[in-house]
Design a protein around this ligand. Sequence first.
Ligand code: 13P
Length: 258
Amino acid sequence: MNRKYRKTLIAGNWKMNKTPSETKEFMTAFKGMLPKGRWCDIALCVPAVCIPAAVRVMRETRVGIGAENCNANPSGAYTGEIATNMLVDAGCKYVIIGHSERRAMGETDADVNAKVHAALNAGLIPIMCCGESLEQRELGVTNEWIAMQIKAGLTGVPEEKIRKVVIAYEPIWAIGTGKTATPEQAEEVCESIRTVIRKLYGSKNARATTILYGGSMNDKNAYELLAQPDIDGGLIGGASLVPEKFLTIIEAANQPTL
Ligand code: 13P
């Protein structure tokens, strides 16, 4: 982390977990535990039907609610899809875009790019995900692959909007597996992502970009991961479902930084 130049963000991704009633229960418990200090931003990205309950409980707190996906079109005949202005109207601040679980369902880099534009135009903060498979890591092409995903996802995003984008590095082999990247492995890729941003947008913007790590980040390993200079927070799956664990990760963000 580096609190001098950029924001730290601890974000939960609930995936397909919790009902609206369970959301209300979680949010009420979590709200009661929130620390007074403001050392990082906090987001909880929840299933679409849980957004109203989450927004209601977290109103007037520092916790921003987010969605886990959006459609890039403003409106129209897209059965089952949700547009960015609907998310904004429902009270969302963030939206996760291009998670590997959605890419596995067929989402392409072009889709990710269109969604990033739609989110930015609506005033949402996109949390754009990238990550390599185990096969790609073993082939030694991780940094090239990630650079390609970042460049494709950010195509056409103008310089004045890049600071609104959060990037999440999530190695696919570390997601939900309990197999975390080592702090050194995660740092290496996050640093190389910052280099890509530097080439595209210059060093001031690169320095100001928030880059998260995700993949089996939990209350036990968060401190060490967050101690890395280019890891500005986390995108947390399983451990964001339990208020105490999520809180411990937030507390791990309260450590001395550069
Ligand atoms: P886990 O923390 O459960 O490994 O999930 C990570 C993730 O995919 C967050 O988006």
